[in-house]
Design a protein around this ligand. Structure first.
Ligand code: ADP
Ligand code: MG
Length: 488
């Protein structure tokens, strides 16, 4: 890695490096929960999606949802990870009002997915981040503290929803890398359809582990874990705050306590929540209600065959086949919907123009209107028509921009706009010659100046000719004719 691009915090006499590892909780895309048939729909009335299993009524038994298992294995494959043919569900015991069972069913010693990796595209080159494991677990309910000053309310709709906990190795070194890592994970899971990655709805949250060490040191420092951060921006702010807090302690010759902290988004600071509990505090033991989970090689291979082309592979193909730059390919593959749109547009039109129009004009409109590409006001079909009109010389690039402005209002067919508004490019040399003659006649003084060496005036003539043609003149032809007339 290029040293200049590292995130380094400097103090008077020392330089520090930040070490970060993430435990990402990704909600499995699934109609029903991990061990019950209750719905997982977001935003329903509190406690309307709670089965007797989710509410831990006596005698209720969990039944594994095969679809969630499949989703976890697919995600593992997307993370180029080891899929474990045997995994075990354990009980992680603790008390909280939103956890009616008194334990969370999770996987501890034997997770369903083992080591894997994710590649990040950083400005200083590719960066590999190790994946430690991925395990399946239940989400807890939600305690609501801000409705009433004296009471806490509990909503169990989330209770029992399937989560994938994806644990990274402590390989991340900066807030930028954390940003790229979360986005890459989300992109992979969206391609796979295993997690929608919607951070506002809590489908993707992370515990952020942070430590610091003097630059060049081989040993890791003591880490703190910042719990349940639900936006990339907050993760980045929390890391910067926490790293500086720890460095202050080190500089003062003090110890760092290994603890669990909270990020206060209003004050932009982390606060101690509790000293870090050890695994043995949770009294993990295999859940006697659930058999070990076994999957066959055949099953894993069948899922491998179902995996779609993922962002890294798609990017490689786009670069090789379409000669896109790495930068362009990145933009087009990072979001599955964008890549689909792009591939639809180029089915019948020019790749280079499509790349420019999508990453330029279209993205500008989407940004401005705050729309996803799936909500694009211009369909892929109509954009490819517009590109073909440019390509075959029917319209100029400039006119295309005017037409595009029209297309935004109700996804109109560009061909129709061209016809209705008479915007067809003038490519008839005779017609162009006529209007160029007129421009020359009207500007005899400028012609003299040009001929006596003021080359810069050429642009003026082109401009006048374009204006005379109401923007419809074919620019290449105008250039050619003008050159002949003025230089001849
Ligand atoms: P636990 O299960 O107690 O939270 P793990 O060993 O599973 O502990 O690690 C949890 C996370 O902490 C992992 O993402 C790992 O990469 C990260 N981590 C471990 N050591 C450090 C460290 N010294 N600094 C920063 N992150 C770390
Ligand atoms: Mg942890």
């Amino acid at each position: 890695m290029d040293k200049d691009n590292q995130f380094i915090i400097e103090r008077e006499n020392n330089k520090y490096e930040v070490v970060i590892g993430l435990e990402v909780h990704a909600q499995v895309t699934s109609q029903s929960k991990l061990f019950s048939s209750s719905s997982t729909k977001f935003g329903s009335e509190p406690n309307t999606q709670v089965s007797l299993v989710d509410a831990a009524f006596p005698g209720m038994l969990p039944v594994i949802n095969e679809f969630c298992v499949k989703q976890a294995i697919k995600t593992g494959i997307g993370l180029k990870a080891q899929i474990n043919k045997k995994s075990v569900f354990d009980r992680k015991n603790y008390f909280y009002a939103d956890l009616p069972q008194g334990y969370q069913i999770s996987q501890y010693k034997y997770p369903i997915v083992g080591e894997g990796k994710v590649i990040l595209d950083m400005p200083y080159g590719p960066k590999e981040v190790g994946i430690e494991r991925l395990h399946l677990e239940q989400d807890a309910g939600k305690s609501i503290h801000d409705i009433d000053p004296n009471n806490t309310f509990v909503d169990l709709n989330r209770s029992g929803v399937a989560l994938m906990e994806i644990v990274s190795k402590p390989d991340l070194r900066s807030p930028d890398e954390v940003n790229a890592y979360i986005k890459k994970l989300r992109s992979i899971m969206r391609y796979l359809g295993t997690c929608d990655g919607n951070m506002q709805e809590g489908s993707l949250r992370a515990d952020v582990n942070v430590s610091v060490r003097k630059l060049g040191s081989k040993d890791f420092g003591t880490r703190c874990e910042i719990k349940n951060v639900n936006s990339i921006k907050f993760m980045q702010q929390a890391i910067v705050y926490e790293a500086n807090r720890q460095i202050d302690l080190v500089e003062d010759g003090k110890e760092i306590d290994q603890e669990t902290r909270l990020f206060d988004t209003k004050k932009n600071e982390t606060r101690s929540m509790r000293s870090k509990e050890d695994a043995h505090d949770y009294r993990y033991f295999p859940d006697p209600d659930l058999l070990p989970l076994e999957v066959s090689d055949d099953y894993i291979n069948q899922l491998k065959n179902e995996i779609p082309e993922l962002p890294d592979e798609k990017k490689k193909r786009f670069i090789e086949k379409f000669e896109l730059s790495s930068y362009e390919a990145n933009i087009l593959v990072s979001d599955i919907e964008t890549s689909k749109y792009f591939e639809e547009v180029i089915k019948n039109s020019d790749v280079k123009l499509a790349t420019n129009w999508i990453t330029g004009e279209l993205f500008a409109v989407l940004n401005e209107k705050n729309l996803e590409i799936s909500e694009s006001p211009v369909s892929s079909n109509n954009l490819s028509k517009l590109i073909n009109l440019i390509k075959d010389g029917t319209i100029s690039g400039k006119i295309a921009k005017t037409i595009f402005e029209e297309m935004i209002n109700g996804d109109q067919d560009p061909q129709k706009i061209v016809e209705e508004k008479g915007l067809k490019q003038e490519s008839d040399p005779k017609a162009l010659e006529e209007l160029i003659d007129k421009v020359i006649m009207n500007n005899t003084d400028k012609v003299e100046e040009y001929k006596s060496g003021k080359d810069k005036l050429f642009g003026f003539f082109v401009g006048q000719a374009m204006k005379e043609s109401k923007g419809k003149g074919n620019p290449q032809l105008i250039n050619k004719i003008l050159k002949n007339k003025l230089n001849g």
